[in-house]
Design a protein around this ligand. Structure first.
Ligand code: NAD
Length: 369
């Protein structure tokens, strides 16, 4: 019987867990054995007894958990010593940060571990239920709006009170992918006046359907065949900067979430634009981990510049660990089910989903090969 193991995440500040109890039940029903390291879900709100009541066995520590593992489910990439704990020939599924540390992939291949990176699941309709990038971006966008609302010394909604009328906050979202859309929706629910900026034509309608106004550019050449943004020319970049300078000066809160797949995040908010904002305003930069959309951003820190707070958000999804874990767990369970045939792992590299996300197989690194 294939033994699926869920270790406690070891990365600093990581509060999520790869599998939640509702998914244990699904895997047990599919004929698998599930072992969870004690305390793996505790920070996210899932206790050992919740796992046990859905049919998992709880292992006292990491060493006991990894023993006899046929498949390991994680959120973050494993450290070197964690890879060494995975039995040779087992499978590993997680957000493995492809490209970040090639030595880890080499070690996985050396140990004949078949590894699957959730970030590389193709963005095709058939794979939407496995799309962890989207589920975690949804959480990140929601969190970004809440961070902006709590860091800002103003109300988001308009209020009419005995102490007079309070004007609503003006929130500008820059970069409207999955995270940006959720930031718009959340800021709107809190009553802010929301404007949104992007360069892909498809975004305008999505923004307007959420009750925000679209203030970006609609450039056909900005979108590739897959619907993603391309890196823009210097000329377009200049146009963007001119437009953004005026919009940012007017905003109380700016949330940035612009990315170009595989590239450093585009720098869209300059230090001069931040200096031009009203004192007390905030910039929440969701792209901090990929270099930041704002020139002032420092990953993991709040920077105060002329009365404006620039928040370099890192691992935003971990800040809402219950639902981030639940959504991730559903994504990864769908991938596990996709990879199974009669209760055993079957790696069909002719399948677009399997081939897209399989990074090591048969003792070789496939990623980037
Ligand atoms: P992302 O995180 O790659 O990018 C976020 C946003 O940044 C994008 O909207 C992009 O246009 C914008 N951006 C990039 N450069 C910019 C610049 N210079 N100025 C302003 N904005 C800039 O995006 P994502 O959330 O991964 O989604 C991007 C696309 O993928 C969307 O079209 C989405 O609908 C599509 N998608 C498809 C699926 C699927 O399964 N079919 C799933 C998720 C997303």
């Amino acid at each position: 019987m294939l033994r699926v193991v869920v270790p406690k995440e070891s990365a600093a500040g990581e509060a999520r867990v790869a599998l939640v109890p509702e998914s244990v039940k699904k895997l047990v029903e599919a004929g698998l054995e599930v072992v969870v390291e004690s305390g793996a879900g505790a920070v996210a709100g899932f206790l050992d007894e919740h796992y046990e009541s859905e049919g998992a066995r709880v292992a006292a520590d990491a060493k006991a958990a990894y023993e006899g593992a046929g498949m390991v489910l994680r959120v973050q990439p494993p450290q070197r010593e964690e890879v060494e704990r995975i039995p040779e020939g087992a499978a590993l599924l997680g957000m493995l940060a492809p490209g970040a540390d090639p030595e880890i992939f080499d070690l996985l291949a050396e140990r004949k571990i078949t590894a699957f990176s959730m970030e590389l699941i193709p963005r095709i309709t058939r794979a939407q239920k496995m799309d962890a990038l989207s589920s975690q971006a949804t959480v990140a966008g929601y969190r970004a709006a809440l961070i902006a609302a709590t860091k800002l010394g103003r109300f988001f909604p308009m209020l009419m009170t005995a102490a007079g009328t309070v004007a609503p906050a003006k929130v500008l979202i820059v970069g409207v992918g999955v995270a940006g859309l959720q930031a718009i929706a959340t800021a709107r629910r809190l009553g802010a006046m929301v404007q949104a900026f992007d360069i892909r034509p498809a975004v305008k309608e999505e923004v307007e359907s959420l009750g925000a106004s679209f203030v970006g550019l609609t450039l056909d050449e900005a979108e590739d065949e897959g619907g993603y943004a391309r890196e823009v020319s210097e000329d377009v970049h200049r146009q963007e900067q001119e437009l953004l300078a005026g919009l940012i000066a007017e905003a109380d809160a700016v949330i940035t979430a612009a990315q170009v797949p595989g590239k450093k995040a585009p720098v869209l908010v300059t230090e001069q634009m931040v200096a031009g904002m009203k004192a007390g305003s905030v910039v929440v930069d969701l792209a901090a981990e990929t270099g930041g959309n704002c020139e002032v951003t420092k990953a993991g820190e709040d920077v105060l510049l002329g009365g404006v707070t620039v928040v370099g958000v890192t691992n935003a999804a971990s800040g809402l660990p219950f639902h981030a874990s639940q959504m991730y767990s559903r994504n990864i369970t769908n991938l596990v089910q996709h990879l199974l045939s009669d209760g055993a792992l079957q790696v069909d590299l002719d399948d677009e989903i399997t081939s897209g996300c399989c990074v090591t197989e048969g003792g070789k690194v496939r990623y980037g090969a």
